[in-house]
Design a protein around this ligand. Structure first.
Ligand code: FAD
Length: 252
């Protein structure tokens, strides 16, 4: 926004999801740390928790916003892939283009060569490793999004278990870049909080990177596919039955 960008719906959606989800976890942890006192009205934390709960529902429920984030991302990726999809419909007439794309992808994902993207120069040198983690996660995520789009095409819209993991990864990527930006600024300005911010940034980047890589793995694995189908079947049975299908063991 500061640099004059006029399109920031995805960033706004990500910020809303993150800013309404994380405080819930923090408050829940706070009540746990306080023990029974945290649960009581006098401490004031239970009120914060009750008030926080609505933020995940109004101003766009977080579930719908996750779909928005994922599908907008797919739309952008889809525009880049249009030529490739056209070429796949007529492979013999597009041998050159397809060979180039296949070589590029093989190099990128299998021989470990990256896209050439780097955050050095943008992030503070002390945060170079965290910057590399963000780039690595971005490259794996980008490759997975392309694969998913080529596999599902427009039907990706019906794959909500996939879309949730794509959105969560996009959110993690965005937050990595945000904390890198903030901690880099603090380090550059020599703020007294800079070293603490650096530690927090490094910790966040490692955890977010690992979550993204796990999501990428899940999105590609056949056992996750089976799990998604199981979850879909359980939900369908529940809806068709108008309630829980399995009888209660005590007969209730
Ligand atoms: C205290 C309060 C204040 C409010 N203030 C305002 C206000 O000022 N102005 C205003 O316009 N509205 C207001 N609302 C309404 C609020 O915006 C809605 O409650 C909210 O948009 C969710 O809609 P819903 O309650 O109909 O839930 P539903 O749309 O029925 O959703 C129920 C659940 O299903 C999920 N869901 C729905 N569709 C899908 C889908 N396609 N895929 C996956 N999941 C899905 C949702 O994420 C949600 O978890 C307020 C609500 C409350 C409780």
């Amino acid at each position: 926004m500061d640099s004059g960008a006029s399109e920031f719906q995805i960033e706004a959606a990500i910020s809303k999801i993150f800013a309404s989800g994380q405080p819930w976890n923090v408050t829940d942890e706070c009540i746990q740390v306080m023990g029974g006192m945290g649960f009581m009205k006098d401490a004031g934390v239970e009120r914060i928790m009750r008030d926080l709960r609505i933020f995940r529902i109004f101003e766009g429920t977080n579930d719908i916003l996750r779909l928005f984030v994922a599908l907008n991302g797919f739309q952008n990726a889809g525009n880049h892939l249009k030529n490739l999809q056209k070429a796949l419909k007529n492979p013999l007439g597009n041998v050159g283009l397809l060979t180039g794309e296949i070589t590029k992808r093989a190099k990128r994902y299998e021989s470990g060569l990256g896209t050439g993207l780097s955050l050095s120069g943008s992030v503070h040198p002390e945060l170079a490793h965290s910057g590399d983690l963000a780039v690595k996660a971005l490259e794996h995520f980008g490759g997975t999004v392309e694969e998913l789009l080529l596999k599902h095409g427009k039907k990706i819209i019906d794959e909500q278990f996939v879309l949730k993991r794509v959105a969560d990864s996009a959110i993690d990527l965005y937050t990595m870049v945000v904390v890198l930006s903030r901690a880099s600024r603090s380090l550059s300005q020599g703020l007294t909080s800079a070293q603490l911010e650096k530690i927090m940034c490094e910790t966040w980047c490692v955890e977010a990177h690992d979550r993204i890589m796990q999501n990428v793995k899940d999105l590609k694995s056949s056992s996750s596919r089976k799990l998604f189908n199981n979850l879909r079947d359980v939900s369908t049975s529940l809806v068709e039955n108008g309630g829980v299908v399995a009888p209660h063991p005590l007969g209730f």
